[in-house]
Design a protein around this ligand. Structure first.
Ligand code: NAD
Length: 474
């Protein structure tokens, strides 16, 4: 495993022009893992230049050829599954089994996207003028800045880099400063699988220093971001000032509703998985569990027992994150909430937060409204369906929502009434797949969907070609 994460620009591994590095520690025990290039504006400008130079040659290849390269990347990733997963486990602290599942998800995304090289369907249509046909063609956007979160590092890269590559763009990937190694590793893998130098560049460093110069660079045509709503707001403002295409995949405060006719054991299992897997560091994590009064006591008793049975959920990403999460739970407790489980650090090494269940939190309290991105779920008791729907919608976010019920009528009405980009019936709040579009409403995103064929709309521009035939020339 490399002890250094430099930039990858024009196919070369380069130290930062700033000459400065960041220290990256292991979340499991706080020991040093590697040093990370602390890039600045000059490094960002070089990465943009590299993407610009490589893009026209890459776009000149057919979509089928580009898809074949994406397939080769995915197949090589599958071959090196263990190495990739170990790297992710080291830099995030997540259990190896979870990291393996994420590597598999990134492979699946690659295979799905590769196939789009042979589909990439457009439309043909009629027109009011005689002998005129209109058809749609997909064109690359140009240079794409891909800024991502740390939480599922390889799928986060796969969701953006694969469709961007397929669509013929030159890209600059700006990974989280917390997950520099897997991004660099995947950048190297892309080269090995046949991606020409400069088509995918990796720019390491801190958001304001390395990321913002990309967003402000007028040579960058697309800003595609996955991260928190607060950062998203800053980036959208900066990109909006120069009218760049801007795609924001942001946070969530997702609710899982347990109705009086739910299968309680199933609801418990999905609540545990949704709230605590990946230490709650999922945009689609269930951080609010909304339970009908009639089954509240029985459900909460089983859920608390389930928390007691949980295997180690893994640390959160940083000490700062751990402190922020613990402070939020302490504040809720001070405001009168009851911490049923957790609420404290586990051990003294690393950034481990015990899976936490809190009840009696006011609907408008920070713990009910703000995304914590940690293993914490607030329990809410409601009288019935109407109150549950109102509570689900009483949030600045609208990413995912789940309901557990035996009634198809109730489930469909829930889908109709909740403001969420994804609705799930009788399962967890997370669980997207490569062929399904994903994205939220309200402060969870700007309306674009990632994954699925919808991703092609992000990474390409539709061009309308009007063809007028002259019968006299036939
Ligand atoms: P973050 O917003 O702190 O950082 C995300 C990325 O933006 C990182 O690469 C970071 O370096 C960069 N960044 C930070 N500040 C910046 C600035 N001022 N200018 C330019 N770049 C900047 O988020 P995070 O803590 O890495 O990730 C957690 C968030 O991501 C949560 O809100 C989570 O819900 C969200 N998320 C959303 C999705 C989705 O698909 N909707 C998926 C995963 C994570």
């Amino acid at each position: 495993m490399s002890a250094e994460a430099p930039n990858l620009v024009a196919g070369e591994e380069r130290p930062p022009a700033t000459g400065t590095w960041l220290d990256k520690t292991r979340p499991t025990d706080g020991t040093p893992l590697c040093r990370v290039a602390r890039s600045g504006a000059d490094d960002a400008a070089a990465a943009v230049e590299s993407a610009r130079e490589a893009q026209p040659g890459w776009a000149a290849r057919t979509p089928v050829e580009r898809g074949n390269v994406v397939r080769a990347i995915a197949e090589l990733l599958r071959e090196r599954r263990e190495e990739a997963s170990e790297l992710v486990a080291a830099e995030t602290g997540k259990p190896l089994a979870l990291a393996r599942g994420e590597t598999d998800a990134a492979v699946e995304m690659g295979l799905f996207v590769a196939g789009e090289g042979r589909r990439s369907y457009g439309r043909t249509t009629t027109a009011s003028m005689p002998h005129r046909t209109v058809l749609t063609l997909r064109r690359p956007v140009g240079v794409a800045a891909l800024l991502i979160s740390f939480n599922t590092p390889l799928p986060n890269v796969a969701w953006k880099a694969f469709p961007s590559i397929l669509c013929g763009n030159g890209s600059i990937l700006k990974p989280s400063e917390h997950t520099p190694l897997s991004a660099l590793w995947l950048g190297r893998l892309c080269r090995e699988a046949g991606l020409p130098p400069g088509v995918l560049n990796v720019l390491q460093g801190l958001g304001p220093e390395a990321g913002m110069p990309l967003v402000e660079d007028t040579r960058v045509d697309l800003v595609s971001f996955t991260g928190s709503a607060s950062t998203g707001r800053l980036l959208a403002e900066a990109a909006g000032r120069r009218l760049a295409k801007t795609v924001m995949e942001l946070g969530g405060k997702n609710a899982l509703v347990v109705c009086d006719d739910a299968d309680l054991d199933r609801a418990v299992e999905w609540s545990l998985a949704s709230a605590f897997s990946n230490a709650g560091q999922r945009c689609a994590a269930a951080s609010r569990i909304v339970v009908f009064d009639a089954v509240y006591d029985a459900f909460v008793e089983r859920l608390a027992a389930g928390v007691d049975r949980l295997d180690e959920v893994g640390p959160v990403i940083s000490e700062e994150s751990m402190e922020r999460i613990l402070a939020a739970v302490a504040a809720a407790r001070e405001a009168g909430a009851t911490v049923l489980r957790g609420g404290e650090r586990i051990g003294e090494a690393g950034w481990h937060v015990a899976p936490t269940l809190v009840e009696g939190v006011a609907v408008d309290a920070p713990l009910s409204c703000e995304e914590l991105f940690g293993p914490v779920a607030a329990l809410h008791r409601v009288r019935g369906f109407e109150e549950a729907v109102a509570l689900v919608n009483d949030s600045p976010y609208g990413l995912t929502a789940a309901i557990h019920t035996a009634s198809v009528h109730r489930a469909m009405l829930f889908a109709e009434r909740v403001a969420a980009g994804v609705v799930v019936v009788n399962a967890g709040t997370h669980g997207s797949e490569p062929h399904m579009g994903f994205g939220g409403v309200k402060s969870s995103g700007t309306g674009w969907k990632e994954a699925g064929v919808e991703a092609l709309d992000v990474y390409s521009e539709m061009q309308y070609v009007n063809l007028v035939v002259d019968p006299g020339l036939a």
